[in-house]
Write a protein that binds this ligand. Structure first.
Ligand SMILES: [Zn+2]
Length: 137
């Protein structure tokens, strides 16, 4: 997955101006261009990005990098940060890596360090260590 660009304040305003911002409980539909896949898209410097990944990025201040950002509401146009969550590509971590992550965390290696080392999000490492994902290992 392509890293997300650093956006200027103007680009950020431009992005949010294309989102139907509503109450926190509601979906915030993307009003800009839409991919054939149904996901919102936006271009910066002639490169296409997925709109809700940008929403996540702007809200969290962290690039989701190799992790997928999923909409818990299953609305592909939704850009409400409250409905966005990181989901790991399961294939990127092997069983051995997962075991090693848990071992290292148990030995006091910081979760942030482990996330950087494996190029995954902090949430991903947190979920692995807390047995929320990869429960069968
Ligand atoms: Zn939603």
């Amino acid at each position: 997955m392509r890293s997300l660009p650093t956006l200027t304040e103007r680009q950020k305003r431009n992005f949010w101006s294309k989102v139907h911002i509503s109450e926190a409980v509601n979906c915030w539909d993307w009003a800009g261009m839409v991919h054939t896949s149904g996901y919102g898209r936006i271009s910066f410097q002639d490169k296409d990005y997925v709109a809700h990944r940008i929403a996540y990025f702007l809200h969290m201040g962290a690039d989701p990098l190799s992790s997928n950002v999923i909409q818990t509401c299953e609305n592909r146009k939704c850009c409400n940060p409250a409905h966005l969550q990181l989901k790991v590509h399961c294939a990127i971590l092997s069983k051995l890596q997962v075991q090693s992550i848990r071992e290292q965390a148990a030995n006091g290696v910081s979760l942030r360090r482990l996330a950087q080392k494996h190029n995954v999000g902090l949430t991903t490492i947190h979920d692995i260590v807390n047995q929320k994902t990869w429960k069968d290992i």
